[in-house]
Write a protein that binds this ligand. Structure first.
Ligand SMILES: Cc1cc2nc3c(=O)[nH]c(=O)nc-3n(C[C@H](O)[C@H](O)[C@H](O)COP(=O)(O)O)c2cc1C
Length: 246
């Protein structure tokens, strides 16, 4: 599906619902609610055409002044292996620690958020069989991120460094679109901010030019249904906990 076709498609679908059917919301809702962060994939390949389709559809994300701040590096096969190796080596060797140009989390977590963060951390470690204090185990698990959890496709997302927080907001819309478009095609994903913590080997391996900041990575592939880590069930607050109808 080329960009031009997609532009035509977006005109046809305005206004109306997603599928043109009265029950169309079910497809959309199911793509949204069936998305989970998947941390073990099968080695089944994803055709390049499918990746292109997902990116093309996702580029319909809204962005302030239609700036479309996203830049995407897609890796698979040998280059993906090389990227993983370079990151893991940068973590184990004597190389100097990377300089992360932006911060995902605050230094001190407000209690409400800390509680949620700790819960998902321990739930995940439990499923992965990592006990409290098992530093080697947690390091190994952290490094699985850099292998894109075995997925055949990895994305590295960057943004121009001049852009402001508004464009990062746009970026979130784009990333979510990718994850939903992937679900529509039977694929799963894991968004991975951890890649922003190791910019140096990534920049080097993928020849990312100066002036681009690494936002995050993402794994894309087919779920390994048998993997324990994929049994993680995450909770959400009910709407009355985060909403006021006024
Ligand atoms: C921007 C972003 C970055 C994330 N980075 C990571 C990561 O580096 N590694 C990881 O395993 N999960 C990562 N996650 C996944 C979250 O842990 C996950 O979305 C959250 O626990 C809720 O679980 P669910 O996505 O399965 O509903 C990230 C999620 C987002 C949105």
């Amino acid at each position: 599906m080329g960009a031009r076709n997609l532009n035509e498609l977006s005109k046809k679908n305005t206004p109306g619902n997603a599928s043109g059917e009265s029950e169309g919301f079910r497809y959309v809702d199911s793509a949204i609610t069936s998305r989970r962060a998947i941390r073990s994939f099968t080695s089944d390949l994803v055709p390049r055409g499918t990746i292109e389709e997902i990116l093309s559809v996702s580029s319909r994300a809204p962005s302030g002044s239609n700036m479309q701040p996203w830049r995407v590096y897609v890796v698979s096969g040998k280059i993906k292996l090389r990227l993983t190796k370079s990151i893991v080596e940068s973590q184990t060797g004597g190389t100097k620690p990377c300089s992360q140009p932006w911060k995902y989390y605050p230094d001190v977590f407000p209690p409400e958020y800390n509680e949620r963060r700790r819960k998902i951390g321990w739930d995940l470690y439990d499923l992965a069989g990592i006990k409290k204090g098992d530093r080697e185990g947690s390091k190994r698990f952290r490094n699985r991120n850099f292998d894109f959890f075995g997925a055949p496709v990895g994305f590295i997302f960057t943004i121009a460094e001049e852009l402001e927080v508004g464009s990062w907001l746009d970026y979130g819309c784009f990333l979510q679109n990718i994850m939903i478009a992937a679900r529509g095609r039977g694929l799963h994903t894991c968004p991975q901010a951890i890649f922003s913590e190791v910019p140096d080997p990534i920049r080097k391996t993928l020849s990312i030019p100066k002036g681009e900041i690494i936002v995050c990575g993402m794994s894309l592939g087919y779920i390994d249904e048998a993997a324990n880590v994929n049994k993680l069930e995450t909770e959400r607050s009910t709407i009355d906990e985060f909403t006021k109808f006024i």
